[in-house]
Design a protein around this ligand. Structure first.
Ligand SMILES: Cc1cc2nc3c(=O)[nH]c(=O)nc-3n(C[C@H](O)[C@H](O)[C@H](O)COP(=O)(O)OP(=O)(O)OC[C@H]3O[C@@H](n4cnc5c(N)ncnc54)[C@H](O)[C@@H]3O)c2cc1C
Length: 493
């Protein structure tokens, strides 16, 4: 390791050789979703404010954190909720001066296409009793399993606070939960829950509905991603007042990043005498341009339906791991047809969201009454006898007949088709997770979604990439891929 003076993040005026003397001159980030915005912030934290960061965005800042407008009010139409234990997101919200949106409670139910199989009530104990009555102690086993996964996942914050980084996603997961965590990216959630004694009926009725609502996929998705969505289903979720996407624009503003509204078409490597330089080629309003960087972070999922990026003279080429799964979000302003769910009198329909059991003829994955991104004091959720804004998630756009099945009448329907999540079944259980290091100074952040697709997982991956780039740039090798970190940190403290 080179001898450097550890004046890393303060404005350094020292005359000794120090981190600041060999800083990269320019970095670039491709994509301004939460991954791109977070890595821009973390890179600046590591390398300091002198490093110029260009952020390329082909579409809109925020990516899958997005809103749309109904009757002059905005509603979340992409990723709506964040778990209370998502500590990077909690930090970002404070850093950029945002706040949590006021919580508006609402009950859920699960529908099997004919009737409701499980209904939440206002009474916690009654809910527990119902679960026990229908499914024995399966829900307790599930809860313990999810808690154990979350507890291990939370170790990452400790490691990252001490600036430890990992050069592979498998390495990061292994540091958190040993080989068991890596295996959880290969074994299905259904199989894993059977393994701990959860009843098949509970998996069919409840777990399958949660997986469909969260990822549009079945209980064959990997156990790690399944556990994270089950943690969300247990409550403690929040969202950002004004819209989750404000975190992205806020971080980019805070770092004074240079946001370039352009689509990156290619990245190529140029070898100079001393180092590698990366040329980023882009297209902006029909004009082609390019620029050179020391570090390039790809914070956009590489899949066939995305904006394609060619990697020139790079061996071996990063291969997309599989396809992304389409989920259609229909934002409907109208009157719910509560009779379809067995409530002929809409006034008696008590639910804010309905999840659908995973059956071949299910027309929707989930249906939820939305609150606007700004919730004023005294706001109340609209009862079903009034026109409200509903979000329906489905596999394909709803046709007129399906809309008429779910709604008595409606004023408007806005449809967004998302390439929403990795299509986990296309990855195959034996394929390794995507690489993080594509070349010396070229990193791929979004591959972490193949381990678990969530806003916080991407924020964790962003911090890991920033730490890895920094530690590799300054050859701080003892902070990369350390084994047995849990034990090491315990003895250090
Ligand atoms: C309907 C839906 C519901 C969800 N619900 C939740 C939830 O409740 N909780 C949760 O934690 N997660 C949820 N997610 C997942 C979450 O939204 C994603 O994991 C997360 O937002 C991914 O962030 P990202 O920055 O990696 O990718 P993105 O948000 O996709 O950002 C990538 C950006 O890169 C840009 N880009 C792509 N290619 C190029 C190029 N060639 N040149 C320039 N720019 C490019 C894109 O335009 C995009 O803005 C949901 C997702 C969807 C779609």
């Amino acid at each position: 390791m080179q001898a450097v003076h550890p004046c890393v993040t303060s404005a350094c005026m020292c005359e000794q050789p120090c981190y600041r003397t060999g800083l990269p001159t320019a970095d670039s980030v491709i994509g301004a979703g939460i991954g791109g915005s977070a890595v821009t912030y973390f890179l600046q934290q590591q390398f300091g404010p002198q490093v110029q960061i260009d952020v390329y965005e082909a579409d809109r800042v925020g990516g899958r954190l997005a809103t749309l407008t109904v009757n002059s009010q905005q509603y979340e139409c992409g990723s709506p909720s964040i778990h209370s234990l998502n500590l990077h997101m909690q930090d970002f919200v404070k850093l950029v001066g945002l706040k949590h949106r006021k919580e508006v409670v609402g009950k859920s139910a699960i529908f099997n296409g004919e009737h409701l199989v499980l209904e939440e009530t206002d009474w916690y104990l009654l809910n527990l009793f119902r679960l026990w009555w229908h499914y024995g102690i399966s829900f307790l086993r599930l809860q313990m399993w999810v808690e154990e996964v979350m507890e291990k996942f939370m170790r990452v914050y400790k490691y990252q606070a001490q600036e430890y980084a990992f050069s592979t996603i498998e390495g990061l997961l292994r540091s958190l939960g040993g080989d068991h965590f890596v295996n959880m990216t290969q074994r299905s959630v259904g199989e894993s829950l059977q393994g701990i004694g959860v009843q098949q009926r509970f998996i069919d009725d409840v777990i399958s509905a949660v997986m469909k609502a969260s990822y549009g996929q079945s209980v064959s998705i990997p156990a790690l991603v399944g556990a994270m969505s089950l943690a969300g289903a247990q409550g403690n979720m929040w969202s950002v007042e004004g819209g989750n996407k404000l975190v992205c624009s806020g971080l980019l503003k805070l770092t004074k990043a240079n946001v370039i509204h352009a689509r990156v078409t290619a990245v190529s490597i140029h070898n100079t005498e001393k180092k590698h330089l990366y040329e980023v080629q882009y297209e902006q309003e029909g004009t082609l341009g390019s620029d050179y960087y020391d570090l390039v972070i790809v914070a956009a999922p590489l899949h066939k339906a995305g904006y394609p990026i060619s990697f020139l003279n790079l061996q071996p080429l990063p291969e997309p791991m599989g396809s992304y799964h389409r989920v259609v979000s229909s934002i409907v302003h109208g009157y719910l047809n509560s009779s379809y769910f067995g409530f002929t009198d809409p006034k008696l329909f008590p639910f804010a969201s309905i999840l659908s059991v995973d059956t071949p003829d299910a027309i929707f994955h989930s249906l939820e009454s939305l609150c606007p991104v700004n919730v004023s004091v005294g706001f109340r959720r609209k009862p079903p006898q009034e026109a409200a804004v509903w979000r329906v998630l489905s596999q394909r756009p709803l046709d007129r007949k399906e809309l008429k099945t779910l709604f008595k009448s409606y004023y408007s329907v806005q449809v967004i088709e998302w390439q929403a999540f990795p299509s986990y079944a296309t990855a195959g259980s034996s394929k390794p997770l995507p690489p993080i290091i594509l070349h010396d100074g070229l990193y791929y952040l979004s591959g972490a979604e193949w381990a678990a697709s969530s806003v916080e997982m991407i924020a964790v991956a962003a911090k890991n990439v920033a730490l890895l780039a920094f530690n590799r740039w300054f050859e701080i090798n003892e902070k990369i891929d350390q084994q047995d970190l849990l034990h090491k940190l315990k003895t250090e403290l």
